[in-house]
Design a protein around this ligand. Structure first.
Ligand SMILES: [Zn+2]
Ligand SMILES: [Zn+2]
Length: 240
């Protein structure tokens, strides 16, 4: 049976500097895709060409619902060192959720031990709810350790649809997303699909991710997008 994802929390607008859609276009696309909620998650200020702190501070003017779609206030923060520091600053506390990711503009690939320590360290920030695209062969990870830590911290690991597309610059996405799905299933950790849309027509697009989840027999109970309770879980306040 085809999956029916209810929300997409990983989307970018022109404010990211290397994306091509407006928030209005993304919201319209979300409604057309049948999503009930859209999270807008532009890159934190450390990403070259992106926005600055005031952009996120002014999220307070965003309506909570547009075109019948719930609108959530997010940020994709950069992991900046192997201890797992992130660069969002104190404004991260005002976000509904933060995605923490390794990006080549902001941290050099380390050893498997260093990259793993960076990702697990980022999970310790209470605002971080999702680790973005932990499937990039340029940043080898010990997926067993990452999945165990995610399960213990209550952080979701992303099944990133863009990593599975030929246009993606991450390395070995196709095989690594499959490995990630199998490891999450085995460890009882939570997954969330994200489109990582950098243009409106990719918002809510999960076809490639869904195919991998089906192929690997991923347990639906561990996939947060399928129930609004999954969204509530991601939006909860984590203890410091
Ligand atoms: Zn990213
Ligand atoms: Zn992204």
């Amino acid at each position: 049976m085809p999956l029916r994802p209810l929300f997409d929390l990983h989307t970018h607008t022109v404010a990211s500097g290397h994306a091509y859609g407006t928030l209005q276009e993304n919201l319209r696309a979300a409604r057309e895709q049948g999503l009930l909620a859209l999270g807008t998650s532009d890159h934190s200020p450390g990403m070259p060409g992106g926005t600055d702190r005031t952009f996120f501070e002014n999220y307070r003017i965003l309506p909570r619902e547009v075109f019948g779609v719930r609108l959530l206030r997010g940020m994709e923060a950069n992991i900046t060192d192997y201890d797992g520091s992130i660069d969002g600053g104190t404004v991260t506390e005002e976000m509904d959720y933060v995605i923490a990711s390794l990006h080549s503009h902001c941290i050099r690939p380390g050893s498997e031990e260093e990259n793993t320590r960076a990702v697990i360290g980022a999970m310790k920030h209470p605002c971080v709810k999702i680790i973005g695209h932990p499937d990039d062969g340029r940043y080898p990870l010990d997926l067993d350790l990452v999945a165990e830590a995610a399960r213990d911290f209550g952080v979701a690991l992303e099944i990133n649809n863009s990593s599975l597309r030929p246009s993606c610059r991450r390395l070995n996405g196709a095989s690594l997303v499959r490995r990630l799905a199998r490891t999450l299933a085995e460890k009882g950790a939570l997954a969330v699909m994200g489109s990582d849309a950098h243009i409106w027509c990719d918002v809510g697009r999960f076809a490639e991710a869904e195919a991998v989840l089906e192929e690997t027999g991923f347990p639906e109970a561990q996939l947060l997008n399928l129930r609004m309770e999954g969204l509530d879980f991601l939006l909860r306040k984590r203890d410091k």
